[in-house]
Design a protein around this ligand. Sequence first.
Ligand code: 8YV
Length: 324
Amino acid sequence: MGDKPVVFATRKLPEAVEARLVRDYEAILNPDDKLYTADELVEISAGADAILPCHTEKFTAEVIARLPERVKAIANFSVGYDHVDTAAAKQRGIIVTNTPDVLSDATAEIAILCMLGAARRATEGVALVREAGWKDWSPAFMVGTQTTGKRFGVIGMGRVGQVAAKRARGFDMAVHYTKRSRLDAETEAALGATYHATIEELLPQCDVLSLHCPATPETTGLLNAERIALLPKGAIVVNTARGAVIDDAALIAALKSGHVAAAGLDVFNGEPTDIHPAYRKHPKVFPLPHIGSATLETRDGMGFRALDNLDAIFAGKEPVDRVA
Ligand code: 8YV
């Protein structure tokens, strides 16, 4: 018992995940699911050999520098790891892992929900019914954008992007994409996907643009005013990746001008409390509160994957999902 490694889970995790964690490790749990401050994170980590955090905990270079020597790993309960300064972790010899694959289906579902919610004006429709503003019907009432047979553009054709593209094919959409390294011919053919070497070449082909790239210094503000101008008029923008990828002022201006017909957004700069105020009430924005991976199956899958990584680390093996 006493010689089991100590793992600090920063948030309350699914029951089955905590059961396995408690079985195999000395666990520091957070039963009240409190959002810890940086100071609290550092303080609690004093007794830990590894930390199992969510994207809600920011491991900046400063926080990492304050972690005790004892901490050997940060095994994230997330695929994205922009909340961890991986260079600082590497320098300290702290192993960092993520949880890819297990959330691709759930997140792709939300991308399709965002696409349809935006294209078919779900925000306005829900408000009309909820607020008793629905008084009449006419052929012009609530006319939106049909996505069937249109072009589905993907920036960041990784795991989630590929599943989203596959789902879009279910709507007979033609898939267009750009990616740092082109997919192999077989995968491209299976997705019926057309490759574009640059974002600038891709954008004019996107009736729907779905963002699936990670947030990095290179992708911050990637969808800016110049690039939005390259989208066809009336395009739909979908973001289930990270808010940082979008220049908010540029997207809001494009929604105002009608150049972008609507946006389905599951992630935001400044989430959860400091998102751009224009998004909150915008009739053409279909907003969701970062729930891409929020299904029972996926939450368990993420937790087990994080634990698989910790098991490997403490067995002296290379964890499958090492990112630093
Ligand atoms: C998670 C996510 O809800 O995994 C990610 O990168 O953005 C979300 O699916 C969250 O990060 C959990 O920590």
